[in-house]
Design a protein around this ligand. Structure first.
Ligand code: PEP
Ligand code: MG
Length: 528
């Protein structure tokens, strides 16, 4: 038996056979090997033309949303001529021809000092990605050969990958990369999938198909474990902790413990476990289930079902927060050199108001049921908030004129997850109905540390003095202006953070559904 150690990211100790898949990270797309023997020129040109048509249709349908799409259409035309020439010259398969063409054009931009021209190279990479997706979307699901009781071993996973995985067969996950506050870690915790990540090069020591035990509480991975170890194993999956009593501190202060969710199933689970409501519904996880942006009716149906599942308890829907490690394969976002600082959250919604308005209308229509609120992610300026709020007003006016009912008193609030929103908390508190503090991004942006990077895991510390001071500032601004405040980042689910959060004045937590009972217990032990 051998042991390797990574970062413990999602609880549970499980055994299973290793199932390895190639790199899934957006930057780590594997290179395509041209296969001259198997290539039929006409067939490849035909395949490529089909993919080109798909991309063209998608881009054309977004033309009125941003000039970027017109530019992408031009690039598509330019690339297409070159790709077809390359297929014929090779002969080369369509996918390889796209890769080579993009590489060739981008190399012409290398070394150019002009920022604008260099950013054109990002557009070319982006169009190349869209072609690649169109060419490969019918390919086999890489996770489908996975057998019962498998431990998935790979470099990294995108949240959207989890939709391709058969949960019945998955025992746990071990990753080379990733960090505790990455979205794949959050999702695993929410879904109770044991996860060890940040294993680095040591992950290569695991032979394919080998028996392994992973411990998502200690970060250990045991390769070829001894029989007794396997026999002793207590599998924690399926254990359901329920606590429907209110969380009241020893000195009588009521603290609300709500839950985070990313789907209707998770909303139901959280309410069944005794959550006081849903403090954060990550609607982007719902968007990730489809192959295109869901329309108003589809969104309305799911938001309505989520609101109903809360049985009158409050639910806060966050508008689409994509970008960085939450990508939609069908989206035409330009990733840029640093997606964490690029088109994310509200920036995406304001850049594509047509997509945003469909979501706002669906949310408004669902607000007739239950106790629903809406909030905007990644706000960093008052102008961003007021632009989002005025689009919300525009949607209300449309619905009124169409005779469609909605809750006229629907509250709109914002995530506090950028340093600017903390610094301007007093100003924001005058404009919004509530704050929800996203400590995952707040920690990343205040401490200048990538929440997805395993090598800076220790530095990504939500108990850092600067984070605690920020929390106190935001709570104090909310009290001054009499608005509601809660914490929905992973910090709220961390039992070591319960006391510091209470000391900062936080009285509303939104935690992972599986932590509802333990955080309530932790709160009941405290005196404020
Ligand atoms: C956060 O940043 O703390 C948060 C709750 O949002 P997300 O984790 O979805 O970015
Ligand atoms: Mg966030």
């Amino acid at each position: 038996m051998r042991k390797i150690v990574g970062i413990a990211a999602s609880s549970g100790r499980v055994a299973g056979r290793c199932f390895r898949v190639g790199s899934r990270s957006p930057s780590g797309e594997s290179a395509i090997d041209p296969q001259p023997g198997a290539i039929q020129e006409d067939l490849e040109v035909q395949r490529f033309s089909g993919a080109r048509l798909l991309v063209k249709e998608r881009l054309s349908s977004h033309l009125d949303e941003s000039p970027i799409f017109a530019a992408h259409l031009e690039i598509l035309d330019d690339i297409s001529h070159r790709v077809i020439a390359r297929i014929k010259q090779g002969p080369m398969d369509a996918l390889a021809a796209v890769e080579e063409t993009v590489k060739e054009i981008c190399s012409l931009f290398d070394g150019i000092a002009d920022d604008y021209l260099r950013s054109r190279s990002d557009d070319i990479v982006d169009v190349g990605r869209q072609l690649r997706f169109a060419l490969t979307s019918n390919q086999e699901n890489p996770f489908s050969p996975m057998e019962e009781n498998s431990i998935l071993i790979t470099d990294n996973l995108l949240v959207s990958d989890t939709l391709l995985i058969d949960r019945q067969k998955l025992a746990g996950i071990a990753l080379r990369e990733g960090s505790k506050s990455s979205h794949i870690a959050i999702l695993s915790r929410d879904q109770g999938i044991p996860l060890v990540l940040g294993l680095g090069g040591s992950i290569d020591a695991i032979p394919d198909n080998e028996m392994v035990i992973i411990d998502g509480d200690s970060g250990e991975v045991f390769i070829d474990p001894e029989e007794e170890m396997l026999a002793d194993l207590t599998v924690r999956r399926g254990e359901v902790e329920v606590d429907r009593e209110p969380a009241i501190t020893r000195d009588g202060t009521r603290v609300e413990v709500l839950a985070n969710a990313g789907s209707l199933e998770e909303v139901k689970e959280a309410i069944a476990r005794g959550a006081d409501g849903i403090g954060l519904l990550r609607t982007e996880f719902i968007f990730m289930r489809g192959s295109d942006f869901p329309d108003e009716e589809q969104q309305h149906a799911i938001y309505l079902a989520c609101a109903r599942a809360c049985n009158g308890k409050s639910i806060t829907l966050r508008t689409l927060d994509i970008g960085a490690d939450k990508q939609l394969p069908y989206s035409t976002i330009v990733a840029g050199e640093n997606p964490l600082l690029g088109i994310r959250g509200i920036r995406h919604s304001l850049l594509y108001p047509a997509i945003f308005k469909i979501q706002l209308r669906a949310i408004l229509r669902a607000s007739m049921v239950g106790n629903l609120r809406v909030m905007f992610p990644m706000i960093s300026s008052i102008e961003e908030y007021t632009s989002a709020a005025s689009l919300l007003e525009e949607c209300k006016a449309e619905l009124r004129s169409e005779g469609l009912p909605f809750d006229e008193k629907l509250q709109a609030g914002m995530m506090v997850e950028t340093p600017a929103s903390v610094i301007l908390a007093d100003d924001f508190a005058r404009a919004v109905a509530f704050f929800s503090i996203g400590t995952n991004d707040l920690t990343q942006y205040i401490l200048a540390v990538d929440r997805n990077n395993p090598y800076s895991e220790k530095a990504c510390d939500h108990l850092h003095g600067a984070i605690l001071k920020s929390l106190s500032m935001v709570v104090s601004a909310s009290r001054t202006h009499g608005i509601d405040v809660s914490v929905c980042g992973e910090m709220a689910s961390d039992p070591l953070a319960t006391v510091p959060l209470l000391e900062c004045g936080v009285r509303k937590f939104s935690v992972s559904a599986r932590r509802v009972a333990s955080i309530k217990e932790q709160i009941r032990r405290q005196e404020i």
